[in-house]
Design a binder for this molecule. Sequence first.
Ligand code: AHR
Length: 343
Amino acid sequence: MKHNKSLRPGISILMGMLLCVVLAACGGGGGGGGGSTTTGSGCGSPPTLAKKDHYRVGFSQNASNNPWRLAETASIKAEAQKRGDTLVYADAANSGDKQVSDVQSMIAQKVDVILLAPITEKALVPAVLQAKAACIPVILIDRDVDHTLAQPNKDYVTFIGSDFVQQGKRVADWLIQATGGKAKIIELEGTTGASPAINRKKGFDDEIKTAPGMVLLASQDGDFNRDTGRKVMATLLQAHPDVTAVYAHNDEMAIGAIAALKAAGRHPGKDVIVVSIDGERDALNAIINGEEGTSVQSSPFFGPISFQTIDQYASGTKLPDWIVVHDMQFTKANAQANLANSF
Ligand code: AHR
């Protein structure tokens, strides 16, 4: 078929634009880096990162509704500022959809690398794959994604975060010890589908099965949120007045549960033992005043380790699939001493 001559310039422009889109999609990474295999796009799998004195770093935070998230954001911002890097920051306000569009906006702004704290294991997978297609390396921090859908050292660089299974196990071990292996437990779960919720449940539930006197009465989502935790606890308390222990997947829900117990005339720390994870200031104070038993730390201080990892990746260091953050545990023995450094 013959082309109409008057259409040819338009077609050429269109072809040129298409080429530009393809090149732009493949030209953002470049340089050194830890990428193993190279994809058809030519920028690495995961995309490589050119070594620079200063980076434009995207940080996609999933929410800012609790002290843990605020401490994490402050740590990332402080480290970026210390290094003179530019931070492109977005808060997804607890919405998976918003977080996907936040990452898409960072891709459009052509940041060098993205630090992503994905709200749930599945919701952010498309965004991780889109960043990869645009040749922008993604480093997951604090929460992981579903490895059947996206893999470290292939679709994203690595996951930096705590061992959530171990955190749940440590809480269970403390509780078994404190109760002599006999307790009727209500579990307040974190956001459904979030990696810490999935794995803190697994670690705890598997461990209490080793002590036949540890009975799980009920387990329900409290969304990692203080007020939701309080409401869920108030409802579950009516159905299970025989409860003797509460395991909350984070301190915020534990503090909410303590409020619900008190409102119902119960005595947290005496007739109900409350245990949780994070190590925030309110939990340490609750431990000091006897209302909470233990809180296993989940460190939110991701700034230094995240930017170190960016440097290592740009230098070509082969990184492990998972960079494990090691956590402390707070009890009556050390809560006071650690109060000043809490968040
Ligand atoms: O991903 C880490 C968890 O998320 C923290 O334990 C929790 O408090 C936060 O919302």
